[in-house]
Design a protein around this ligand. Structure first.
Ligand code: TXA
Ligand code: MG
Length: 344
């Protein structure tokens, strides 16, 4: 059990009793972290503005960053939006429950604090039996960001939640690893064609099959581009600085012996690093996504000088993994026989 600032964070069993207790806490205006198929969410009753305010405090999240509202059925989503265009219906039919979040103009039922004052609300129906059971038992939609301190890597295991938020929230429904491992794809349906605000667990190729054309947010490296809320260039940042592995010989920078650094490899092991995490020996991007944040958390806890991350092929879920890696990175790494060269 985590303790800090007086709140005792209960670990609830992933069963009917645990769900009932979690729902009771939500009804009383409390905060409960719960598993979804993507990552753990930090939930509050979405219709209770004061409870939602506590999410921002617990996460130390800036108030300008809006939350996703989780529902247990498509019908429940329709009550949160002012209107539901045909394209939303088609996406819901194909991808819900699942890792797809849809942004549309909000109805008056949704408190402004949930949407950070925006006139739109992001909604998704998670594909996890405990999340769905909790929403049903609570009898209200649940506002939930990822259950980590703001800007840090997302939690894919209840122990990650405890390490980050223990002592700041009432309870965690403890269900072990989350199966998809990377957050939902966020799509705004305000524009035609739809705009992807964040790549995630629903691959872009699959979305294109349903909607045809898709617009992507401008690349983060474009300094003139205004980011969508929450799509900050620096995000998912581990405590140990992370560097993306680049090809070619070192061009200066700061050098560390390999054996003081860790490597987050895609499929093949590399030699000489103090700690190695291989995302998927078979080169399976689904497996890589599912393991991504837990590998990153393990490397972050190992007391290394730096984490070197090997790039991932940018197709399917690889797009979402590379998005997280670029935002997590402090710069580039290059290798020689013995050393890692870091440039910020
Ligand atoms: O898989 C997920 O999406 C997880 C689980 C818990 O559902 N949730 C999650 O929430 O990743 P969070 O708060 O870490 O990320 C939500 C993203 C942010 O980038 C936020 O800016 C964006 O969704 N978002 C939320 N409401 C929005 C809105 N009305 N317009 C544009 N972007 C919005
Ligand atoms: Mg997050």
């Amino acid at each position: 059990m985590g303790k800090e600032r007086g709140v005792e964070t209960k670990l609830l069993a992933p069963d009917e009793r645990g769900v009932r207790e979690a729902a009771r806490i939500l009804a009383a205006g409390g905060l409960v972290a719960f598993p979804t198929e993507t990552v753990y969410g930090l939930g509050a009753n979405a219709l209770d503005a004061e409870a939602v305010a506590r999410i921002f405090e617990a996460k130390q999240r800036p108030r300008f960053d809006p939350l996703i509202v989780h529902v247990a059925s498509p019908e429940e989503a329709l009550g949160l939006w002012r209107a539901t265009p045909l394209v939303a219906e088609r996406l819901i039919e194909r991808f819900w429950p699942g890792p797809l979040t849809l942004v549309l103009p909000k109805s008056d039922r949704v408190p402004d604090i949930v949407t950070a004052g925006l006139s739109t609300v992001a909604v998704r129906m998670p594909d996890h039996p405990l999340a769905l059971a909790l929403i049903r038992e609570a009898g209200c939609p649940i506002a939930a960001p990822s259950a980590n301190r703001f800007g840090r890597p997302s939690p894919t295991h209840h122990q990650h939640v405890l390490a980050s938020l223990g002592g700041r929230i009432e309870a965690v429904l403890a269900a072990g690893d989350t199966p998809v491992g990377i957050e939902s794809t966020v799509v705004s349906l305000l524009d035609h064609p739809p705009r992807v605000l964040r790549p995630g667990g629903t691959p872009l190729e699959a979305l294109q099959e349903v909607v045809g054309e898709l617009r992507l947010e401008p690349p983060r490296s474009d300094p003139g581009a205004a980011p969508a809320p929450g799509t900050l260039p620096r995000h998912y940042v581990p405590h140990t600085p992370l560097f993306l592995l680049a090809e070619g010989p070192p061009q200066g920078g700061e050098a560390f012996p390999r054996n003081e650094c860790g490597l987050l490899a895609f499929r093949a092991p590399w030699h000489g690093f103090r700690q190695l995490e291989v995302l998927s020996p078979a080169g399976d991007l689904r497996q890589a996504a599912a393991r991504f944040f837990s590998c990153l958390h393990r490397l972050d806890e190992a007391g290394l000088a730096a984490i070197v991350a090997e790039p991932i092929p940018e197709e399917g879920l690889g797009v979402a993994i590379m998005d997280r890696l670029r935002r997590a990175a402090s710069g580039e790494a290059r290798l020689d026989q013995t050393h890692v060269w870091l440039s910020r």
